[in-house]
Design a protein around this ligand. Structure first.
Ligand code: NAD
Ligand code: ZN
Length: 391
C-alpha cells in the first residue's frame, strides 16, 4: 500500500510499504477515505520531535471503512464507516478507569524509551514519535487500529466525512482545551494561535460560556476566519503589542482564561531567541516580543487559568515561575483524552450545533500530500486545514 513516510527534517514522501493487517484480536483495519494533516505533524516535519525513525508512517487524524476486524471486536463490522481517535487506550488500566485515556498505562509499545525521556510512559499515539509507541499512522491507504474497541466511533449514515473527520483529534482537543480553561459565565478568554485547533477552540469557548473571545495570530486569513466564523475579537501580534492590547480590552485586569494553541513552534522560536539573547543583550538590542507561554502568563489575570493544548517537546526555557506563583495561576495541559469527548461531540454535529468543516481550505490526493505539508507549514494560499483523500 502507499503511505506518507518521514525521512528526516523537512522530508516526507510517499512510499510503498507492507499492507496494514490484523496483528492482535482487538485490531481493526480501516481503508482510509479521509485523513488530515495536523499542526503536530508540522513539529515532526520540522525535526522538533525526538525518537522518530526514517520510514515512520505519519498521520493521526484518520477515518474510513472497516475492511477487517480482529476476533475480539464486537461493536464494528466490515463495511462500517468509522472515525479513529489519535490516542490509543486499553480502556481498563488505572488511568483509563479515570478517563485519562491519553495517559493509558498499557498501549505504549516502547515504554522504556518513554520512561527515560519523561519518567513515565504516556499512551500510545498513532503516527507519532517512538516515545509514544511508534505506531504507524493513517496518512496511508490502509491503517491498522490497535485497541479498536476503545474510542473508535461509528459514523451514522448521511454524515459526510468532512463533518465528522475532526472528531479524530482537533475538535475534541479544542473542546478539552476550552474545558481546561474552567470558563465561568461571561469570562474573557484569550487564545494564542488561530490554526485549526485555535479556530475550533474559539467555538468551544463560546459553547462553554465565554462572554468575550480574543484570538491572537499574525496570519491574515486565520485572523479573518477567527472573526468571521468565530465571532472573536482579534489581535495581530506583528502589528500590535499583545499585552498592551489585552490590558486595554480588559480595563487593566487581563483575560480570565488564556490558552496556548501554538505549542512547540513558538517554543522553538523562543529557544532560538534565548540562545541569541546574551549576544543581543551584549550589543544592547531588546527582544520584540516574548514567546507564547511567557506572554500568556504575563497577560493572564491574577487567579486565572492557562490551558495548554499546544504540544511541547523536551524542555522549555524561561517560564516566569515568579509571575505564575505570585499571580496564583492554574495551568492545565495534556494530550486529549479522546474517548471522553467523541460521542458527545458527534451528537452536537448531528444536532447541527457545530460543523467543523469550515476550517478546510485544501483537499488533496495522497500523492500530493508531501507538497501539501509545505503549503500548510508555510501558510501559503490561505491554507488552514488540509484533508487528504487517498481514494
Ligand atoms: P498550526 O501550526 O496550524 O497553528 C499554530 C498557529 O499559531 C499558527 O497559525 C501560527 O501563525 C500561530 N502562532 C505562531 N506563533 C505565535 C505567537 N507567538 N502568538 C500567536 N500565534 C502564534 O497548528 P494547529 O493544528 O492549530 O495545532 C496547534 C497546536 O496544538 C500544535 O502545537 C499542535 O501540536 C497541538 N495539538 C495538540 C493536541 C493535543 O492533544 N493536546 C492535539 C492536536 C494538536
Ligand atoms: Zn493532531
Amino acid at each position: 500500500m502507499k503511505a506518507l513516510c518521514w525521512h528526516g527534517q523537512g522530508h516526507v514522501r510517499i512510499d510503498q510499504v507492507p499492507d496494514a493487517k490484523i496483528e492482535e484480536p482487538r485490531d481493526i483495519v480501516v481503508r482510509i477515505t479521509s485523513t488530515a494533516i495536523c499542526g503536530s505533524d508540522l513539529h515532526i516535519l520540522d525535526g522538533l520531535v525526538p525518537a522518530m525513525e526514517r520510514g515512520d508512517i505519519l498521520g493521526h487524524e484518520p477515518m474510513g471503512e472497516v475492511v477487517d476486524v480482529g476476533r475480539d471486536i464486537r461493536d464494528v463490522k466490515k463495511g462500517d464507516r468509522v472515525v479513529v481517535p489519535f490516542t490509543i487506550s486499553c480502556g481498563s488500566c488505572f488511568f483509563c478507569n479515570r478517563q485519562l485515556y491519553s495517559l493509558c498505562d498499557t498501549t505504549n509499545r516502547e515504554p522504556e524509551k518513554a520512561r527515560l525521556a519523561m519518567g513515565q510512559a504516556p499512551a500510545g499515539l498513532l503516527g507519532y514519535s517512538h516515545l509514544t509507541g511508534g505506531y504507524p499512522g493513517g496518512q496511508a491507504e490502509y491503517l491498522r487500529v490497535p485497541y479498536a474497541d476503545v474510542g473508535v466511533v461509528k459514523v451514522p449514515d448521511g454524515l459526510p466525512d468532512e463533518k465528522v473527520l475532526f472528531l479524530s483529534d482537533i475538535l475534541p482537543t479544542a473542546y478539552m482545551a476550552a474545558e481546561n480553561c474552567g470558563i465561568e459565565p461571561g469570562d474573557v478568554v484569550a487564545i494564542w494561535g488561530c490554526g485549526p485547533v485555535g479556530q475550533l477552540a474559539i467555538r468551544c469557548a463560546w459553547m462553554l460560556g465565554a462572554g468575550r473571545v480574543v484570538a491572537i495570530d499574525a496570519v491574515p486569513e486565520r485572523l479573518r476566519m477567527a472573526e468571521a466564523h468565530g465571532r472573536a475579537e482579534v489581535i495581530n501580534f506583528r502589528e500590535q503589542d499583545v499585552y498592551a492590547r489585552l490590558m486595554e480590552m480588559t480595563k487593566g485586569r487581563g483575560p480570565d482564561r488564556c490558552m496556548d494553541a501554538v505549542g512547540a513552534e513558538a517554543h522553538a522560536a523562543g529557544t532560538l531567541r534565548s540562545a541569541l539573547e546574551s549576544a543581543e543583550q551584549a550589543v544592547g538590542l531588546a527582544f520584540d516580543r516574548p514567546y507564547v507561554l511567557q506572554e500568556a502568563i504575563r497577560c493572564c489575570r491574577k487567579g486565572g487559568t492557562l490551558s495548554i493544548p499546544g504540544v511541547y517537546i523536551g524542555q522549555s526555557d524561561k517560564i516566569p515561575m515568579g509571575a505564575l506563583m505570585n499571580k496564583g495561576l492554574t495551568i492545565k495541559t495534556g494530550q486529549t483524552h479522546m474517548p471522553r469527548y467523541m460521542k458527545m461531540l458527534l451528537g452536537k454535529i448531528e444536532a447541527g450545533e457545530i460543523d467543523p468543516s469550515y476550517i478546510i481550505t485544501h483537499r488533496v490526493k495522497l500523492d500530493e500530500a508531501p507538497e501539501a505539508y509545505k503549503t500548510f507549514r508555510d501558510k501559503k494560499d490561505g491554507c488552514i486545514k488540509v484533508v487528504i483523500t487517498p481514494g
